[in-house]
Design a protein around this ligand. Structure first.
Ligand code: PLP
Length: 304
């Protein structure tokens, strides 16, 4: 069922009324902070997966970008739950967005008021339904991820996604499902909208915080799952050529969930099909999100 209502600055409004003025600062300068969150269908009804860390990251993004956010984390959490409830979703994607609103066009932006919207939509598998099993083909992008002294990768800001668009469009134009970017030093950073994990000789590698990544919440979930499964995880600088000799690679993200990579730059990864570690992580991930596995970490927030 498509959403009919959404939350704006503390009130519920009709979907059609959620318009902004053309002088909205965020339209011109990318000055928005946002989140992508999923609610999954569980035996207890819809439940939001990892709500609190998403809201915390939204506040952190605003802190970094100095966007005033006139609500508390608790108020945003409650607004998210209520938006899902009012739209009657069993499962959905949730997009809270905070933006510098309409007003003067000066770049600095702090004179503009803040607008906050929370809307929901139904959204299936981001990289395609069969990708979860058969994997995706990726390329190493010719576009680098933003350098740490150019822009903030830890903040999920609208402006960052121009870089992601270049990476994704280049990959699609070249016949790949997704692009993976290197950081400014030439080492592996992340996908256009996903973190990356590489498995080699039974050890799991993923780029660390300083590799121009977004600290993904799915990444964090997967790190917990890998720990429970007894895998050794190393946060190392990963050179590009390690992608070519990896036994397995997978991407993680709220949209992409846990998606295997079957080739990089047309070089087959491992056996060219989903590997055992990837499968074990996926099984645990989907068991948690669907409520099939006991929610020992308190990852699910029920909507009803
Ligand atoms: C650039 C980038 N990296 C990583 C991720 C994965 O983050 P998360 O697992 O919190 O969705 C995303 C998705 O939000 C992203 O846009």
């Amino acid at each position: 069922m498509p959403a009919t209502t959404m939350w704006k600055n503390g009130e519920f409004i009709n979907w059609e009324d959620a318009t902004v003025h053309v002088t909205t600062h965020a339209l011109h300068y990318g000055s928005s902070a946002f989140e992508g969150i999923r609610a999954y269908a569980t035996p207890q009804g819809p439940a939001v997966f990892r709500l609190q860390p998403h809201t915390k990251r939204l506040f952190n993004s605003c802190k970094i970008a100095k966007i005033a956010l006139p609500f508390s984390e608790d108020e945003i959490n409650k607004a998210i739950i209520e938006t899902i409830r009012r739209n009657g979703h069993e499962a959905c994607y949730i997009r809270p967005i905070v933006m510098r609103g309409a007003g003067p066009l000066g770049v600095e932006g702090r004179k503009n008021p803040t607008d906050v919207f929370i809307f929901t939509m139904e959204w299936g598998r981001y990289l395609g339904a069969e990708a979860i099993e058969s994997g995706v083909d990726v390329q190493v992008s010719s576009w680098r991820r933003i350098a740490p002294d150019t822009f903030s990768s830890l903040a999920k800001l609208g402006g960052n996604y121009l870089n992601s668009q270049l990476i994704s469009m280049e990959a699609h134009d070249n016949g790949f499902n997704e692009g993976v970017a290197l950081d400014i030093s030439g080492n592996v950073s992340e996908g256009a909208g996903e973190n990356i994990f590489v498995i080699y000789n039974g050890v799991v590698y993923t780029p660390g915080t300083a590799s121009s990544i977004l600290l993904g919440i799915t990444r964090d979930t997967v790190l917990t799952i890998l720990g429970d499964l007894g895998y050794e995880v190393r946060f190392e600088t990963i050179p590009r050529d390690m992608l070519y000799i990896a036994d397995e690679i997978f991407l993680t993200g709220t949209a992409a969930e846990v998606t295997p990579v079957r080739s990089v730059d047309r070089i087959q990864v491992g056996a060219g099909s989903r590997g055992a570690v990837t499968k074990a992580v996926q099984d645990a991930f989907f068991a948690y999100t669907s409520g099939a596995k006991e929610d020992v970490y308190g990852w699910l927030t029920p909507v009803r």
